[in-house]
Design a protein around this ligand. Structure first.
Ligand code: ZN
Length: 319
């Protein structure tokens, strides 16, 4: 059964397809002020922070390659304690959603909903006077952010903060604001991970003090990750996510089984950077390694994969 390429193709259990990939895009106000509309991210070769116009170009390229959707992150210039830039109607994400929806209406537009790129302390929620994240006070703000993305035209909002109860709060706000058709992709099993390092440079979201272990999951806990996903389902999530992906295949599988919902795997910045660095050093073949990684995530049970390699993978698949 493995003798020829045709035989192997005939019995291959897992197929890669661009229509199951999502490309993350960092839209930055500072990049918008540069001539090229781009600022490179040092730890992620090939990934830039981009202006609204370049984000639209990238979205169009993604759609031409057959990629299903984009996931937008905003990188504002001004930050404050509440992260109020996150719900500005003319914020960088809101403007980009509108521009992409106009230029490439068939593309699924997802938006990251969090405060960490917008707060001057870099945490995912507002802080109490003792410096601890105030879970319940944060919910109202996240709901405000999600509703502003829906108003701009987002198809799906994706809360990544890991506050308890945020999916329910966002669902209630979207419904009461009339956005009943806007779905929620919940970052349900988001682990406190070393693999986010390059992203924090890209998004300018490194916490000014402490870390995120008081709200993100302990990498040692699988049962808790499943409970988190089930809670999000109860609160109204339409899709659930496991993040990071590569070290969490067991949970992609378990959460798919437990929820029956579409499951997204986020092939994160550190996973991308590892492959890039090893390929640049001549230690790995990038194309083969990426193909194997993406295939393994689908084999584990992911319906869609969010990856910085999405455009490369789509090009390779077309060859
Ligand atoms: Zn965050």
């Amino acid at each position: 059964m493995r003798r020829t390429a045709s035989l192997r193709g005939l019995v291959r259990e897992t197929q890669l397809a661009p229509g199951r990939l999502v490309e993350p895009i960092f839209v930055s106000e500072a990049a918008g002020a540069t001539a090229a509309g781009r600022e490179p991210v040092a730890a992620m070769p090939g990934v830039d922070r981009v202006s609204v116009a370049v984000a639209v170009e990238q979205a169009r390229t993604a759609a031409d390659l057959g990629i299903a959707g984009v996931l937008l992150f905003g990188v504002p210039t001004d930050k404050d304690a509440e992260g109020s830039g996150a719900w500005e109607p003319d914020g960088v994400v809101q403007l980009t959603v509108g521009a992409i929806k106009q230029a490439v209406p068939e593309l699924v537009v997802m938006t990251d909903v969090c405060l960490c790129e917008y707060t001057d302390h870099g945490h995912c929620g507002v802080l109490r006077s003792d410096g601890v994240v105030d879970n319940d006070a944060t919910l109202e703000l996240l709901a405000r952010v999600a509703s502003s993305h829906a108003r701009a035209g987002a198809d799906l909002v994706a809360p990544s903060d890991m506050m308890d109860g945020r999916v329910g709060a966002i669902r209630a706000e979207l419904d009461s604001d009339g956005y009943t058709d806007v779905g929620i992709l919940a970052y349900s099993a988001k682990f406190a991970s070393a693999f986010y390092g390059p992203f924090r440079e890209a998004a300018g979201s490194t916490p000014a003090f402490g870390d995120r272990r008081s709200y993100q999951l302990d990498p040692a806990n699988g049962q808790e990750a499943i409970r988190e996903a089930l809670l999000d389902v109860q609160e109204g999530a339409d899709m659930v996510m496991v993040k990071p992906a590569l070290a969490y295949g067991d949970l992609i599988h378990a959460i798919k089984d437990a929820t029956g919902l579409p499951v997204a795997a986020y092939n994160v910045s550190g996973e991308y950077a590892m492959v890039k660095a090893a390929a640049a050093a001549g230690y790995l073949d990038e194309r083969q390694a990426v193909t194997e990684i993406l295939t393994s995530l689908h084999r584990a049970g992911a319906d869609l994969v969010i990856s910085y390699h999405a455009a490369d993978a789509a090009r390779w698949l077309a060859q």
